[in-house]
Design a protein around this ligand. Structure first.
Ligand SMILES: NC(=O)c1ccc[n+]([C@@H]2O[C@H](COP(=O)([O-])OP(=O)(O)OC[C@H]3O[C@@H](n4cnc5c(N)ncnc54)[C@H](O)[C@@H]3O)[C@@H](O)[C@H]2O)c1
Length: 341
């Protein structure tokens, strides 16, 4: 089989996982990497022996590339995604698709015009726990889902140290959209209305102007209502960089998932840590886990002309919810989801 020639744009914290996935995928060839930061491209050239660029268009004009994988910061997906689309390349873009519905629609229109496909990396769909929940809900024994609760939070350091661009994103865009996507996947329908409340001030006082936490109530077309909580102010002493749980009350059964209970705990004199062993592990250098599987599926879906598991419409719907949640938390009123006709 012909290998898929993939280029990665954005080789920061998460982009490195893209590089590792394509390096190890037997059906892919990592042919080029672009990052605006020359220190990063110098390090990538050294570690991966691959052609590097600091400008996306220059890379796309000079290299033979089949598909582009974008891992730039949340608010800066549009520019490289549109460049790739305009060059006729299929694209995988990190979540969220965009940080405004206007940008999401612009990407959708451009992809349609150029006849290319775009996948959004909502990797929580590949988590074995999510797959078990989805399969359970498809098994009619649960009866109708009536009420749901999902929480996904990060420690302070994510907003204050890890993401230099945190002020241009929010806990809603960074982890909330994961929740909205996963719940849509579980419910198999869309959100009609949201009501949200939030808190600002703690991160602002530390120099990052964004929400500390937002709680959103989502009403789905099937009548199920969900409460979703996302915060960026978990204490840094927490056992993992993120925390989360899900509870779904159905007509006949209840489902509960605790993201802390992955079965592995480490202890030292200072702290207990609970690694998410299912997410990304390196087995003698080879990356594996539900953070890697979507990137492998991207390659497989293009080479074998299969539909993506999380596509442009999924990216748009998560962003429409995120936008309505921010708006509702700001105006203290319920907000209906408005879709373009
Ligand atoms: N950090 C995580 O744990 C994590 C997990 C899952 C998904 N993600 C997603 O991955 C994306 C990237 O996050 P990150 O944490 O790696 O951010 P990061 O800041 O560590 O890396 C982003 C990189 O993109 C580069 N960049 C920015 N604009 C560019 C452009 N136009 N062309 C080329 N390079 C450009 C930056 O120089 C930087 O090196 C985000 O959308 C994020 O939500 C991050």
């Amino acid at each position: 089989m012909q290998k898929l020639k993939v280029a990665v744009v954005g080789a920061g914290l998460y982009g490195r996982n893209h590089l590792n996935a394509y390096t190890w995928n037997p059906n892919a060839e990592l042919v080029a990497v672009c990052d605006k930061n020359k220190q990063i491209t110098d390090a990538v050239e050294r570690d991966y022996k691959v052609a590097t660029y600091n400008d996306v268009d220059e890379m796309l004009d000079s290299m033979d590339i089949d598909a582009v994988s974008v891992a730039t910061p949340d608010p800066y997906h549009k520019e490289p995604v549109l460049s790739a689309i305009h060059h006729g390349k299929d694209v995988l873009v990190e979540k969220p698709l965009a940080t405004s519905s206007e940008d999401a629609y612009e990407i959708i229109d451009a992809a349609k015009e150029a006849h290319v496909r775009v996948m959004v990396d909502y990797h929580k769909r590949w988590d074995p726990a999510s797959i078990a929940v989805k399969n359970k809900l498809m098994d009619k024994s649960t009866g109708a889902p009536i009420r749901g609760y999902m929480r996904m939070d990060n420690i302070y350091d994510v907003a204050l140290c890890w993401l230099k661009w945190a002020a241009d994103s929010s806990p809603v865009h960074f982890v909330g959209t994961h929740c909205y996507d996963l719940i849509r996947y579980y419910m198999n329908c869309d959100v009609t209305e949201v009501y949200a409340v939030g808190h600002k001030g703690i991160l602002q006082s530390k120099g990052v102007d964004t929400w500390d936490t937002i709680t959103a109530n989502l009403t789905f077309e099937n009548g199920c209502t969900w409460t979703v909580e996302n915060a960026w102010i978990l204490p840094n002493g927490f056992a993992k960089a993120d925390d989360g749980c899900t509870e779904i009350l159905c007509e006949n059964e209840m489902i509960r998932v605790d993201s802390q209970k992955r079965g592995v705990e480490f202890f030292d004199d200072q702290k207990q840590t609970t690694p998410n062993v299912c997410f990304i592990q390196n087995a003698n250098g080879r990356p594996m886990g539900f953070g890697i599987e979507p990137l492998n599926d991207f390659v497989d879906c293009i080479l074998n002309d299969k539909p993506f598991y999380a596509d442009l419409n999924d990216g748009l719907e998560a962003e429409l919810i995120a936008e309505a949640v921010h708006k509702s938390a700001s105006i203290h009123q319920a907000v209906k989801i408005e879709r373009r006709k």
